[in-house]
Design a protein around this ligand. Structure first.
Ligand code: SF4
Ligand code: SF4
Length: 243
């Protein structure tokens, strides 16, 4: 069904014919006024498209199927979380309006229902996250906890080629300005050690030959950041580029 904005419909009636109280004049001279978007700005869409996770944004034809099935929007009742609308704002470049959703846009739980349902093959979940990254990278939104966790995770992994869970936990706590009581830490740590799920300190795995791999990865990350910086207004890589 076409999407028609009422304000764009122009009805040119010459007669107001009524028959027994019923309007029978018909709308024969109904026109749609042309819509010219003078303030269209492709800066955001170009930025999003420039990232592997966002390259399907231009396929979206605004049918709304993603939002209708989105669990955040429907099941959890967060009506302002509207992936179709986020994509629309990015497509037309309404940065000020998009900024209003700087915190909401991160509420996606990555269930991927939208991706399954999109008739145009838009990778909605990834596109929405990339739009969030645009806001963060451009300084329009504060860095989200998810971004900080990504950073801590990547740095931790780069160090030895395998996660040191305890170290990751400590780093992330520091970033968030939190401090779990020592007693609670010990209780968790011992439980994890007993179940064999904690690899830290002398118990941590090592990845053979990792230092060479690390320098290759670091060079690639630096190159990604440089490339993104030259194609966008921001030098920061999108969240998820590291994944
Ligand atoms: S379902 Fe796909 S095409 Fe439809 S609005 Fe969502 S992203 Fe766009
Ligand atoms: S992946 Fe995110 S945007 Fe898509 S349906 Fe799930 S919560 Fe909604």
């Amino acid at each position: 069904m076409p999407i028609v904005e009422r304000s764009l419909v122009e009805v040119d009636r010459t007669d107001q014919l009524e028959l027994e109280g019923i309007d029978v004049s018909g709308d024969w001279n109904t026109f749609l006024r042309s819509r010219v978007s003078v303030d269209l700005d492709t800066k955001i869409a170009d930025w999003v498209k420039g990232h592997p996770q966002g390259d399907t944004i231009s396929r979206c034809w605004q049918c709304g199927t993603c939002t209708a099935g989105c669990c955040m929007h429907t099941d959890f009742g967060l009506e302002e979380f509207n992936p179709r609308y986020f994509i629309y704002l990015a497509q037309v470049g309404y940065e000020d309006e998009l900024k209003r959703y700087a915190n909401t846009v991160w509420r996606c739980v990555s269930c991927n229902k939208c991706v399954e349902r999109c008739p145009k093959g838009v990778k909605v979940e990834e596109v929405v996250h990339t739009i969030g990254s645009y806001l963060t990278s451009s300084g329009l939104a504060p860095e989200s906890p998810a971004d900080r966790f990504d950073r801590a995770y990547t740095d931790n992994l780069l160090e030895r080629g395998i996660l040191d869970e305890a170290n990751l936990f400590r780093t992330y706590e520091r970033m968030e300005g939190r401090k779990t009581p020592t007693r609670e830490l010990l209780r968790m740590g011992l439980a994890l050690l007993r179940s064999g799920r904690l690899h830290t300190g002398p118990l941590a795995h090592r990845t053979r030959g990792w230092s060479r791999m690390r320098s290759v990865l670091k060079a690639q990350l630096a190159e990604d950041a440089r490339r993104m910086g030259s194609t966008s207004s921001s030098p920061s890589p999108a969240r998820g580029d590291r994944r």
